[in-house]
Design a protein around this ligand. Structure first.
Ligand code: GLU
Length: 473
């Protein structure tokens, strides 16, 4: 048997392991499991005077809620199975954090680092046109977002292309999320996945029975962390965990290799160093592992290992050597089903992707709501709240006869800005999401890991929608 059964097989195995705990009829389970529609398209783009044929996809896994939602990936490894697996994870992810969307995912099979900016723009605009032609994009239909190899720049091109075809749609900005803030984006979207990962890990570390089981102290502070990949997700997870959680970062890896130091290092300094010198490997005072050995990162000794790159990184080959106590799945599908079985036997706790990296789509939901409401969050209440808080302080001053300094007053009365509200909504979502999964994990006889609990929760929530739609009695 090949070591790496496909990504989709892994996802379906996780589904099958959780399904019996939901007591749902066979037909309904099947409908939830299958991917509803996949659009595959080839289109020509002229690059340096030569025509290149580009292969691209958009998969919509589930329409139990509308629109469908999920990122667009630019990578050489894109294929139909991968896109379907990723779209499937999106459905479960949205259900767990109560984001009212079905799951989707897009992919363009290119290595984005081999193309110039203007070539990428051509490819992105043409891909968007293909999606428009087939009605695979729209604020009420299917709403893309960034994923591996794409970012706010690509989202701006998608938005602009969509708008030029739909000038009469007042909600056109809601056709894509992850846009730049000055182009109808929302503050806090870029950091959202990483920040959500931090909140999720913090929540897990706050569970006494879980930490006791692992022989770890309660709370995230002082825990050691290793991060694979310093892309958008990994970089924000690492910096926020260090700055706000008091975590000690002791290892990181990137395309050029990996570094490790049991005393830890400042992650900002490592990132600055990489920007200046083009590599983490020349960072002073650390153990280094070259490009060929970079997978060693998965075997570094630490409390928390954060795979934040691509799928299938921990499989049955390297799972036996994992030394981390907690694996925090910031990426989608970083642990194969075979790898997961081995980790479970070793007593490693895996915080599953379908919960842990849901911060991105959560803040995408906020951005979509902002686009539909045509107004920045906080605009209505900020000044009103400030006035109310000021009156409370004045009352306290009057009754106590003491005065609060103007500086302290300014701090206390500050009304919420958009970024405060986005972070607050994200934190609330991640805490509530964890509680839902943890309750099932603790209370349902036979559920022995967080992933099975998360899948069971997602399947039940999606089934409720199908039942409410009257499709199932
Ligand atoms: N690509 C991200 C994910 O895998 C975000 C999706 C979105 O915001 O729609 O969750």
């Amino acid at each position: 048997m090949p070591n790496n059964v496909s990504f989709l097989d892994s996802v379906n195995r996780y589904f099958d392991a959780a399904a019996p705990f939901t007591d749902l009829p066979e037909g309904l389970l099947k409908q939830i499991k299958v991917c509803n529609s996949v659009y595959q398209v080839y289109f020509p783009v002229k690059i340096n005077g030569e025509v290149k044929v580009i292969e691209a996809y958009r998969a919509q896994h589930s329409h139990h809620r509308s629109p469908t939602k999920g990122g667009i990936r630019y990578s050489n490894h894109v294929n139909q199975e991968e896109v379907v697996a990723l779209a499937t994870l999106m459905s479960y992810k949205c259900a767990i954090v109560d984001v009212p969307f079905g799951g989707a995912k897009g992919g363009v099979r290119i290595n984005p680092w081999e193309y110039s900016e203007s070539d990428l723009e051509k490819i992105t605009r043409r891909y968007t046109t293909e999606l428009i032609r087939r009605k695979f994009i729209g604020p009420a239909i299917d709403v893309p977002a960034p994923d591996y190899g794409t970012g706010s720049r690509e989202m701006a091109w998608i938005y602009d292309t969509y708008r030029s075809f739909h000038g009469d749609d007042i909600n056109a900005a809601g056709c894509v999320t992850g846009k730049p803030v000055n182009q109808n984006g929302v503050r806090g979207r870029t950091e959202a996945t990483g920040r959500g990962v931090f909140y999720g890990i913090r929540e897990a570390c706050n569970q006494k029975d879980l930490m006791d089981k692992l022989g770890l102290s309660l709370g995230i502070e002082g825990k050691t962390m290793v991060v694979q990949g310093l892309g958008n997700v990994g970089a924000h997870t690492a910096t926020i965990s260090q700055d706000e959680g008091g975590v000690k970062i002791i290892g990181v890896s990137e395309v050029e290799g990996a570094i490790y130091s049991k005393d830890g290092f400042d992650i900002h300094e490592v990132m600055r160093h990489r920007q200046e010198h083009g590599s983490i490997l020349s960072f002073p005072g650390v153990q280094t592992f070259g490009k060929e050995d970079r997978r060693a990162v998965m075997e570094f000794e630490c409390d928390i290992l954060v795979p934040a790159a691509l799928e299938n990184q921990i499989d049955r080959d390297n799972a036996p050597n994992v030394k981390a106590k907690i694996i925090a799945e910031a990426a989608n599908g970083p642990v194969t089903a075979d790898g997961a079985e081995i980790l479970a036997k070793k007593g490693v706790v895996v915080i599953p992707d379908i919960y842990l990296n849901a911060g991105g789509v959560t803040v995408s939901y906020f951005e979509w709501l902002k686009n539909l409401s045509h107004m920045r969050f906080g605009r209505l209440e900020k000044r009103f709240d400030e006035g109310a808080y000021r009156r409370i302080i004045e009352q306290i001053e009057q009754t106590t006869g003491k005065t609060v300094s103007e500086r302290d007053k300014q701090m206390i009365v500050r009304g919420a800005d958009e970024i405060d509200l986005v972070r607050s909504g994200l934190e609330e979502t991640m805490i509530t999401g964890f509680q839902g999964i943890y309750e099932l994990y603790r209370e349902k006889e036979g559920i022995n890991d967080l992933r099975t609990a998360a899948f069971a929760l997602a399947i039940s929530k999606i089934s409720n929608d199908y039942i409410a739609l009257g499709i199932w009695p």
